[in-house]
Design a protein around this ligand. Structure first.
Ligand code: SIN
Length: 534
């Protein structure tokens, strides 16, 4: 079966929807999304979107904070673009009907209520209570659903990108093979322009704040297609996810520490001051490492985030969702500290793009978490990610809209199942899934070493052999595709980490504790070439 479209967008989070809405002004858009359309990482974002919206704040300060967090690897021009275009993109969201929380000042003027998060020198996080992502996703989806030129394909997952070079033609992307996961058929989707907006890859680690959809599909497909991927060693661990046996990775937003939350040990000792002058509002990598260190030192299973200096009314009003969710697990944050642990949260690396989302393969674009624009460098500043999705989703759309074209569709073969049989041993998938995620957590987590990375590389190579064999002999399923993708992402994270012989930002290794100025370079990995610093 075949589909054609001007613009194929893989993913339905903030970046994909922003791009789709703008691109639909000049062509037809097909949005392919793995599960329900709102099942995206964006929906789970709590804190908000950073932008300079307060008259006392400045672009220069937001740029400086982003560069500081990025530990020498941010691209300054990209940071400038993103920060300066932020307020206009927030205005676009408001025009679409996004309801951000507002406050009234002493003069009776209504303005955005701005939150503060780690690494920010000012209050600049616009939010919708503590469910910002859900509100932004709602507004974007409503607009996209009402648009006559946008079609949604839910429960569809891209298997691989279609590049003409696979069939002896030029290196250009012309669409993707897409699995209809409910009917178990693979469509050939031909597109004038193909956009990766597939989000993150938190599921590559055993513990993550991400939803189940975050399996690094875009990075894995782009790599297989021969695109350049950068800075994959910089995986951000969020310091505070609810620690409870039944709570599946529920995020406790950094906005709590922005409101004066204090991290404590079980005996009540506040420990962040001894790790960083900004204490609980230190950059995220510092806080996650400090918690990891304290947990290992004391042997405790978690640390505690104390909000009890606030009144119960304030907490219920400012953090209604977190308050309610904690209560579901018997934790009343108005009365006692919340048990928290770090978990994998955000992939700072990704498919290399320019300032308009163009990847190294013509016809292929990447926006949002799947992309490596140069905004985050070695460590993302809190709440810069929704901002990046908005700004670059919109910038990419401006350029790609002029590139719909009307020439004849290229000749490409349909998906060939060959002798593949229905999956008869799903246990291969679950076994490899568990093993991979556990080894990534233990060997490639917050604190690394050369030996741990080498062990991980050897094991991943073995698992990949088994996964490859299973993939070629069986009909594709969603589970198998996700496993294949997290295995590829794991391989790229380890390969990138192994070529960086220093500690910088989120990459912290016991064998190379210092930051080395000569390594203030991106790691780049490409199929058939391997990883190196450039
Ligand atoms: C949070 O609310 O702590 C997450 C915000 C972010 O990751 O930027």
């Amino acid at each position: 079966m075949r589909e054609t479209t001007d613009f194929l967008v893989l993913g339905s989070g903030i970046a994909g929807l922003t791009l789709a809405l703008r691109a639909a002004e000049s062509g037809d858009v097909m949005i392919v999304t793995k599960r329900a359309r709102d099942d995206a990482n964006t929906t789970w974002a709590q804190g908000g979107i950073s932008a300079v919206l307060d008259p006392t704040d400045t672009f220069e300060a937001h740029v400086a904070d982003t560069l500081t967090a990025g530990a020498g690897l941010c691209k300054r021009d990209i940071v400038e673009v993103c920060v300066r275009e932020g307020p206009a993109r927030i205005a676009d969201l408001v025009a679409l009907g996004t309801r951000f929380t507002r406050a009234v000042d002493a003069d009776g003027q209504s303005h955005f209520e701005l939150g503060r998060e780690g690494g920010h020198s000012a209050r600049r996080v616009v939010h919708a209570g503590d469910i910002t992502g859900r509100e932004v996703e709602r507004a974007l989806l409503e607009a996209a659903e009402a648009h006559p030129r946008i079609r949604f394909f839910e429960h569809h997952m891209a298997v691989d990108l279609i590049t003409l070079s696979k069939f002896g033609g030029p290196d250009v992307c012309v669409g993707a093979y897409v699995l209809d996961t409910q009917r178990a058929v693979v469509l050939t989707v031909l597109a004038r322009q193909t956009v990766l907006a597939t989000g993150g890859a938190g599921k590559v680690y055993l513990y993550t704040s991400n939803p189940d959809v975050a399996t690094g599909d875009g990075v894995a497909m782009a790599y297989r297609a021969g695109a350049e991927v950068a800075n994959m060693e910089f995986y951000q661990f969020h310091p505070t996810v609810l620690y409870h046996p039944q709570a599946k990775s529920f995020l406790i937003s950094e906005a709590l520490r922005g409101e004066g939350g204090v991290l404590r040990l079980e005996d009540g000792t506040a420990f962040m001051k001894k790790h960083h002058p900004m204490a609980d509002l230190a950059p995220r990598d510092v806080v996650a490492r400090a918690i990891d260190y304290e947990m290992k030192r004391t042997g405790e299973d978690c640390v505690w985030l104390d909000m009890t200096h606030h009144t119960a009314d304030f907490l219920r009003h400012r953090f209604p969702n977190i308050h309610a969710e904690c209560l579901r697990y018997g934790v009343d944050m108005t009365e006692r500290p919340i048990p928290v642990v770090p978990a994998a949260h955000y992939c700072c690396g990704g498919v290399t793009t320019d300032a308009h989302g163009r990847t190294s393969i013509p016809g292929l674009w990447a926006v949002g978490e799947v992309a490596c624009t140069g905004l985050h460098g070695a460590n993302r500043l809190a709440s810069n990610s929704l901002l990046e999705g908005l700004v670059f989703g919109s910038r990419a759309a401006d350029l790609l809209s002029g590139a719909s074209g009307d020439e004849a569709w290229p000749e490409v073969p349909d998906w060939d199942t060959g002798k593949a049989a229905p999956s008869d041993e799903a246990v291969v998938v679950t076994q490899n899934w568990d093993e991979l995620r556990r080894l990534m957590w233990n060997y490639v987590g917050i604190v690394r070493s050369d030996r741990r990375l080498q062990r991980a590389a050897r094991r991943i190579a073995l698992l990949q052999e088994e996964i490859r064999e299973y993939y070629w002999n069986h009909l594709v399923t969603l589970d198998m595709l996700e496993l294949r993708n997290i295995a590829t992402v794991a391989e790229l994270i380890v390969a990138s980490a192994l070529c960086r012989k220093e500690s910088r930002g989120l990459h912290y290794t016991l064998d190379h504790l210092e930051t080395d100025l000569t390594q203030a370079r991106d790691s780049v990995v490409k199929r058939g070439v391997g990883a190196h610093l450039r």
